[in-house]
Design a protein around this ligand. Structure first.
Ligand SMILES: [Zn+2]
Length: 191
C-alpha cells in the first residue's frame, strides 16, 4: 500500500497525474462557473474545480467578490497548466482542485480535495523557503489584485480561513478542509 503512495508522489506534476487520483477524490469534485472582473476591468467567466461540499460557498463568495469588483487575473482548472502548480502561478491563475502535496512536505494539500483556492498568486505569494521562486512575484499591499481586508472578510463569513494569517503567510490561499475525505485518502494509500 505504501507503494501506491510512492507512485502518487512520482506522478505529481506531470500530465498523467489525474490518472492516479483515487475515485473517492474525483467523486467529490465538481466544476462550477463563476463570473469575475479581470485586471482590465472586463467581465469574465471562469471555471473552478472544487469539492462538492464547498461549491455553494464558492459560488456565493465569487458573487460577493464580483459585487466589490475585486480584480482577478484568471480562473481556470489546473489541467490547463498540465496540473503543474508552478505553471499556474506563472500564469497568475486562480486555482482550486489540484491533487498534490503541500510544497516541501509529504502532507496532502487542501487543494488535493478541492478545499483550498489560491487567488492572484503573483500578487499574493507564500512567504516560505519552499515557495516557488518566480521573478516579479511580490507581496505589495495596495497593488491591483492583492488580497484586501474586504476579501478576507468575505471568505471568513462563509467559515473559510486565510493562509495570510499564518506565521509563514500564504496570502493567495483560502481554505475550508474536508477532514473526512483526507482521512479516506490516507486509508486508500494504507497510511
Ligand atoms: Zn493554496
Amino acid at each position: 500500500m505504501i507503494k501506491l503512495f510512492e507512485q502518487f508522489l512520482d506522478s505529481l506534476g506531470n500530465e498523467e497525474s489525474y490518472a492516479s487520483v483515487p475515485k473517492i477524490v474525483l467523486d467529490n469534485i465538481k466544476k462550477i462557473k463563476v463570473n469575475y472582473i479581470n485586471f482590465e476591468g472586463e467581465l469574465k467567466t471562469g471555471i473552478i474545480e472544487c469539492n462538492i461540499k464547498v461549491a455553494e460557498d464558492l459560488e456565493l463568495i465569487f458573487k460577493e467578490l464580483l459585487d466589490i469588483k475585486f480584480p482577478i487575473k484568471e480562473i481556470n482548472p489546473i489541467s490547463l497548466y498540465d496540473n503543474d502548480d508552478m505553471k499556474s502561478v506563472i500564469a497568475n491563475n486562480c486555482s482550486c482542485f489540484n491533487y498534490r502535496l503541500i510544497a516541501g512536505s509529504n502532507d496532502l494539500s487542501d487543494h488535493s480535495t478541492g478545499n483550498a483556492i489560491d487567488i492572484n498568486p503573483m500578487q499574493n505569494p507564500w512567504i516560505h523557503p519552499s515557495a516557488h521562486k518566480i521573478e516579479g512575484r511580490q507581496y505589495k499591499p495596495g497593488e491591483r489584485g492583492t488580497i484586501t481586508e474586504e476579501v478576507v472578510d468575505i471568505f471568513k463569513s462563509y467559515g473559510w480561513k486565510w493562509g495570510g494569517d499564518w506565521n509563514n503567510p500564504d496570502y493567495q490561499h483560502f481554505f475550508k478542509p474536508d477532514v473526512e475525505l483526507k482521512k479516506e485518502i490516507m486509508k486508500f494509500y494504507g497510511m
